[in-house]
Design a binder for this molecule. Structure first.
Ligand SMILES: NC(=O)c1ccc[n+]([C@@H]2O[C@H](COP(=O)([O-])OP(=O)(O)OC[C@H]3O[C@@H](n4cnc5c(N)ncnc54)[C@H](OP(=O)(O)O)[C@@H]3O)[C@@H](O)[C@H]2O)c1
Length: 334
């Protein structure tokens, strides 16, 4: 067992894009579990766009950050947390942590499904896509969808799940032609455009000339405006995130076609996945058999080593990931 623990702290508030200088790796002695707690050695970390939003004020400076994490209990002083067990908890961005049973959930293992899936399609990312499609969009068979940031964690999960649910035409947008090709070849999208290739409204109108029924919005701004124009009467917009804005220092994009929401009787609704954890078991039932049969593959970019966690996070903000970005401890099983 290593004798020291490493923890990442945020050390300054960014203006615009963060850099490695906004973070520090802090070394400390391995924490000791008190009675009623257990020591967890972390194996997989999720870094997420919401961390960027938290960097503006919610994350305390010079203190451990939080994030979705999977780890192994290596010393326990509570019978509810058995040594050797794999748990999910939110005390991420550190190699080791001490948790109470209330702070950690035993991970349900499924034969043939890699552990990392609990941070991608079976984790908050997949649950966001599933809740967005089933509870907010109320997707019906044959409906045509547009998904922005389609090559990311939520975007790939949305494509995979929508295909299984019998969606009609699936159109996506992504940051590179290589991502677009991956989405049509492997994920089930019918057409994907690189949003750098021109005005989004024109690219979407070309990709979906008959219009769309639903828009799963991970991006906001110009993408949202384009979708409003392409939506058919009674269409729905599911507001999932606003990644176009998280690093922007300018005035937020002003939508010019809001009257269309009235003219076409559109409905727009946002949600937070944390209000829908009760749906997790339903997601497992729906998707695990398809993971086990190989009909659904994992879309993950796995970065090796805790020392890469800051670079992985910054790379994700720049679009370097394909599928869910996950950091894996050196030597953790694949
Ligand atoms: N509501 C909820 O509870 C909930 C839960 C999870 C996530 N979310 C939101 O869902 C969205 C996706 O999250 P994720 O975890 O799946 O991240 P992700 O999509 O895996 O990673 C972010 C992606 O955003 C794209 N991007 C970056 N800047 C952009 C810009 N200016 N315009 C368009 N695309 C840009 C990049 O891909 P490209 O190469 O395509 O640019 C990047 O790969 C985020 O907005 C996040 O906040 C919401």
């Amino acid at each position: 067992m290593t004798e020291t623990a490493l923890t990442v702290h945020q050390t300054a508030r960014p203006h615009g894009f963060p850099t490695p200088d906004h973070f520090a790796f802090v070394e400390s002695p391995l924490p000791e579990p008190a009675p009623g707690t257990a020591l967890v050695e972390n194996l997989y970390w999720s870094v997420d766009p919401y961390h960027r939003e938290m960097m503006d004020g919610d994350f305390a400076l010079n203190a451990p950050l939080e994030g979705r994490t999977l780890g192994r209990v290596i010393a326990s002083r509570d019978p509810a947390l058995r040594e050797g067990e794999i748990v999910f908890h939110r005390q991420g961005w550190r190699t080791h942590t001490v948790v109470t049973p209330d702070e950690a959930r035993t991970v349900t293992r499924f034969d043939g499904v890699p552990l990392s899936a609990h941070l991608s399609i079976l984790g908050g990312t997949g649950l966001t896509a599933y809740v967005g499609l089933t509870r907010i969009a109320e997707l019906r068979e044959g409906q045509d969808l547009f998904v922005s940031a389609a090559a990311g964690g939520v975007g790939t999960a949305t494509g995979r799940l929508a295909r299984l649910m019998g969606a009609g035409r699936l159109v996506g947008s992504a940051g590179t032609a290589a991502k677009a090709a991956y989405l049509t070849e492997h994920v089930g999208y019918d057409e994907v455009f690189d949003y750098h290739a021109g005005p989004t409204a024109e690219l979407l109108a070309k990709a979906a000339p008959e219009g769309i029924d639903l828009y799963m919005d991970n991006v906001g701004g110009e993408h949202l405006e384009a979708a409003i124009s392409s939506l058919r009467e009674y269409g729905r917009i599911v507001r999932i995130g606003t990644i176009a804005q998280y690093n922007s220092t300018g005035t937020p994009y002003a939508l010019r076609n809001l009257p269309d929401i009235v003219e076409k009787s559109l409905r727009m609704e946002g949600f937070l996945v944390r209000d829908h954890y009760a749906v997790r078991e339903e997601l497992y039932e729906f998707v695990v058999p398809h993971l086990q049969s190989g009909r659904v593959g994992l879309d993950e970019t796995v970065v090796e080593g805790f020392g890469s966690i800051v670079d992985a996070f910054l790379g994700m903000l720049r679009g370097e990931n394909l599928g869910k970005i996950i950091v894996r401890a050196a030597g953790a099983a694949g």
